[in-house]
Design a protein around this ligand. Structure first.
Ligand code: SAH
Ligand code: SF4
Ligand code: F3S
Length: 469
């Protein structure tokens, strides 16, 4: 940790201590514990950031609650990748306003990607005056300092930066699952796909050093974590700009060597940077899960070019061929956008045919959403909503058909399942195979966090019913 970072964190930890005194006082007055709720929108990176927000709140003396209506402090960690994510946040803020009317001490905070957009901050300032705190993705580490300010001044605090000076790496963390964890290996994105807002709200790509990452993985393993998910917007370009460059494949292998780590996953892989070295590493190392999320976005090379994806259909299909050659039963999943500006019926047919050819285990499918400030928002040939919706329906049917066929390929086999939680159905637990396929099986809470061999008895669409082998 450099001097500047150390000083920044010393201040944050001092603020946590000060908040704790205020929280204790608040609790005494109220005659009950003070509770906080953090709600996450968006991707795995936001989920990991929320674990840090929760860690801070917890260390500062607030108890966690799932129910925001009961909470004294509510933080929304927002996403702005598509407009429906934004609408969702505004809808829920409307509801919170009602809750706060009967609870005047309640603190409402907004952070995350949406807050990096000036027009959103303006809208919140104008139309949602009951929001007490606004901060962005670049100063997550300063949450203690900002919250303390809200608590002492009882005035609205807004602090959004346009670049990161201190990474949120030395904060307390409360993990959702004791046995698995995300680990950021890089921040930001340099790719500027023409539809995407992420580079604007998360800033430029920066890789963490392998030493820092491995130290974090070791700490996690010592704390009972057996599965890690390495996180970045484009993990395949990891390490290229480090002082001592290291490839993503090398990093993966180093992570696998950390004692106690049984499974390693990663997200997201950009097809343009997927190397043969990575395919080899996956094929050779048992701890690297045989699942690759490889967003294709579209099946038409013409559209991929307009999206600035830096690969074409042929290149993508060649990657799929190589992956399947080395790992015949690998799970492949993807992201697809329909209704990108200029998408013709022929382009869309190419997406359908690609889905048919690849045979994904599952796919996240999205209708193109116009994001202010991105190049595609200015493209003249926007696709009408109705057409985009029709295409989405067709695409979903295609994905489903192929995914169901794919999922059934393991029927009758025995596989290691990491049991993650109790099922809503009494007497059942739910876990995942290395291929990331969900399995429900008879069991109880003593099995949670353990890897056990399970016979995959029956495939029901996208998941299995299994029994301990
Ligand atoms: N970095 C990852 C993706 C992160 S965003 C990658 O490049 O693979 C997750 C997904 O959201 C993207 O893969 C894309 O399919 C979708 N997405 C991003 N911007 C979008 C937009 N403007 N409209 C619709 N979907 C979008
Ligand atoms: Fe967005 Fe493209 Fe970066 Fe992914 S790689 S976050 S889609 S700009
Ligand atoms: Fe959303 Fe930000 Fe992730 S825009 S998808 S939460 S990086």
């Amino acid at each position: 940790m450099n001097q500047k970072t150390k000083e920044a964190y010393d201040i944050q930890y001092e603020c946590i201590d000060k908040i704790k005194l205020l929280a204790d006082e608040w609790s005494m007055q109220a005659g009950r514990p003070i509770v906080a709720n953090v709600t996450t929108f968006g991707c795995q990176m936001n989920a990991r950031d929320s674990e840090k927000l929760r860690g801070i709140l917890n260390k500062a003396g607030f108890q966690d609650t799932e129910n925001e209506d009961d909470a004294d402090i509510v933080i929304y960690n927002t996403c702005t990748v598509r407009d429906n994510a934004n609408q969702h946040v505004f809808g829920r803020l409307g509801h919170l306003n009602g809750v706060k009317r009967n609870k005047k001490d309640m603190i409402i905070g907004l952070c995350g990607c949406m807050m990096q957009e000036p027009h959103i901050v303006e809208k919140v300032k104008k139309s949602y005056p009951f929001v007490d705190l606004i901060f962005g993705t670049h100063n997550l580490y300063a949450f203690p300092e900002l919250l303390l300010k809200v608590l002492t001044d009882r005035k609205r605090v807004i602090d959004v930066r346009d670049r990161t000076e201190v990474f949120p790496e030395h904060l307390p963390v409360v993990r959702k699952y004791p046995f698995k964890s995300g680990v950021n290996i890089m921040y930001g994105c340099n790719n500027f796909c023409t539809y995407c807002i992420v580079p604007y709200v998360r800033g430029r790509e920066v890789s963490r050093t392998p030493e820092e990452i491995l130290a974090e993985v070791k700490r996690l393993a010592d704390d009972g974590v057996i599965e890690v998910m390495l996180l970045g917007q484009n993990v395949n370009s990891y390490g290229k700009t480090l002082e001592h460059p290291m490839s993503f494949a090398e990093l993966l292998l180093r992570v696998c060597e950390v004692p106690g780590i049984e499974r390693v996953r990663f997200m997201t892989s950009h097809p343009k940077d997927l190397s043969d070295e990575l395919i080899e590493a996956m094929a050779k190392n048992e701890k690297i899960c045989p699942h690759l999320h490889l967003p294709v976005q579209a099946g038409s090379s013409r559209l991929l070019k307009r999206m600035n994806r830096h690969y074409d259909r042929e290149h993508y299909m060649e990657l799929v061929r190589k992956l399947r050659e080395r790992m015949p039963d690998i799970s492949l999943t993807t992201d697809i956008i329909v209704g990108f500006p200029g998408e013709t019926e022929e382009d869309f047919e190419e997406t359908l045919s690609l889905v048919r050819e690849v045979g994904y285990d599952s796919a996240f499918t999205f209708i193109y959403s116009k994001r202010t400030g991105t190049p595609a928002a200015g493209y003249p040939d926007q696709v009408p909503d109705k057409v985009a919706h029709e295409r989405l329906t067709k695409l979903l049917a295609e994905v489903k058909e192929r995914a169901e066929e794919r999922c059934a390929r393991f029927t009758g086999q025995t596989m290691d399942v990491l049991v993650e939680e109790l099922n809503r159905e009494p007497g059942l637990v739910t876990g995942r195979t290395p291929h990331n396929i969900v399995v429900h099986l008879p069991g109880d809470e003593t099995m949670i966090g353990k890897i056990i061999p399970v016979k995959l008895v029956r495939c029901l669409g996208f998941y299995y019913i299994g029994e301990p082998a």
